[in-house]
Design a protein around this ligand. Sequence first.
Ligand code: 5CA
Ligand code: ZN
Length: 409
Amino acid sequence: MHAWPASEVPALPGSGRDLRIHDTATGGRVTLAPGPVARIYVCGITPYDATHMGHAATYNAFDLVQRVWLDTKRQVHYVQNVTDIDDPLLERAVRDGEDWTALAERETVLFREDMTALRMLPPRHYIGAVESIPKIVPLVERLRDAGAAYELEGDIYFSVAADPSFGSVSGLDAEAMRLLSAERGGDPDRPGKKNPLDPMLWMAARPGEPSWDGASLGPGRPGWHIECVAIALEHLGMGFDVQGGGSDLVFPHHEMGASHAQALTGEHPFAKSYVHAGMVALDGEKMSKSKGNLVFVSALRRQGTDPAAIRLALLAHHYRADWEWTDAVLSEAEERLARWRAAVSRPDGPSAEALVEEVREALADDLDAPRALAAIDRWAAAQTADGGTDPAAPGLVSRAADALLGVAL
Ligand code: 5CA
Ligand code: ZN
């Protein structure tokens, strides 16, 4: 699949700092030390509805990771998937009497437009689950042949017992895992499984549902976790720097993905760090396509909301916090955008070299975007109150907001 166009990342004087970030697997702060090419995999959308503020907040967090790395003069090898075949997508297509491929295509097009408008830097590889099936099938066969997977009434399950480090991403106990598995696409109560937590790798063709050639597996379609593993291994390999997504993906998705990859390769770890964004809520509940309590990026854009204001609304919250979308969040962001634009439109201003370092330091410190915004707020306030004499300052602030935060002033 093709991704979306990259917005320009202005060059800044000096160099950024290495990122210290919260790693779910160790439960603490780690200093990432990528090579000259940093490698990141971020789980993409399931395209059965439009991009909502929760998705946008999560992609904003990983866009900041990419921008911090670019500012350290590294290249970034970013891979993102599209879950373009899955139960909820098929259910929505049936509900609306629409062809599932047309639904997935339409929502993916809209997602690309939203990401472009929000100045999210595109992945180098943007890969669909369906186009990856020829890569997935041999992986499932290998797991089965190695005894790490077994058949149950034609379906193939992964055996979590095959990975000695199973549990090391989420650190959850068996009971918590069982509850989350039932909630998030697993089938812990299906009789005949070796372990209730074992996830499906390959689902034998069901009547009336799409299926693909599975070679020795028979016709069917892939399980969710193995899709992301196949794409990550193909384009990044083992031991990449960051596996990212929202906190609802910690278990089972990222736990199972790590176990699949570790059982396949005999190597550990799948990713060097696991980074998770908090959940955005609306009216007290997690924004989710299944519940329908959604604020869409595209709907706000259609109403004429400046995408830079949407981006500032996301940046005003720390990526690990759970937070609530409200109209006030957006209007505060619109006011901030107006203040910043007024401040950078003057011919000179207070010197901004120290400000750039403050923004760099805030982002390197577990992506503390609210602290970065506060620093720019202070510069804009000083500009308004006393002005300044540095003719380079407004341009530098404008370039820093764009390069480091993706906000075009
Ligand atoms: N296709 C899978 C990942 S392989 C998936 O989870 N798709 S999704 O469309 O449901 O979510 C896309 C991304 O947005 C995921 O990283 C998910 O964790 C994140 N996300 C979903 N809802 C929210 C929310 N309310 N707040 C923050 N992030 C969210
Ligand atoms: Zn995924």
